[in-house]
Design a binder for this molecule. Structure first.
Ligand code: TYD
Length: 136
């Protein structure tokens, strides 16, 4: 899907366990300025419902599983995240919704910028108008 997609991360494994190292501009295509994680989400909760103007993000389900719906004016796709050695890259101007969190799910998010509410587009109709300009 345009401006997004699954990235396979480096995965160091052995008798002593698993390790996944992530360096900005190496494993993922941006410098990391912010990290947050989402957990303790009830199964019936759906969250997200926004796009970002500028922000780049990488979503990694480090424990459990979660589904991510990504949309732009021309495409939509649901990604199942259930492998800590995979990241879903989400670029600017993509609508996202997160759902079907497993009880133990921990969704780690790496972001290219500090938190800025002004970068959010939370109205879907407004998103579609802006995204049509962006994608043309
Ligand atoms: P929000 O991005 O709306 O969550 P989601 O899209 O996953 O439903 O953020 C939820 C709340 O958390 C909102 O009040 C702002 C706050 N927040 C921060 O303070 N810093 C952050 O980096 C993020 C992502 C959210």
């Amino acid at each position: 899907m345009y401006n997004s997609g699954m990235l396979k991360l480096k995965h160091v494994t052995g008798n002593y366990g698993d390790l996944v190292p992530i360096e900005g501009k190496k494993e993922i295509p941006f410098e990391i300025k912010r990290v947050y994680y989402i957990y303790n989400v009830d199964q019936n909760v759906r969250r997200g419902f926004h796009s970002h103007n500028q922000l780049h993000q990488a979503l990694i389900c480090v424990k459990g599983s979660v589904k991510i719906l990504l949309k732009n004016p021309n495409e939509e796709e649901v990604f199942l995240l259930n492998d800590p050695s995979e990241a879903l890259y989400v670029g600017p101007m993509i609508w996202r919704e997160m759902f079907d969190f497993s009880e133990d799910a921990v969704l780690l998010v790496l972001a290219s910028e500090y938190y800025n509410e002004d970068d959010y587009i939370r109205n879907y109709d407004f998103y579609l108008e802006e995204a049509k300009k962006y994608y043309n």
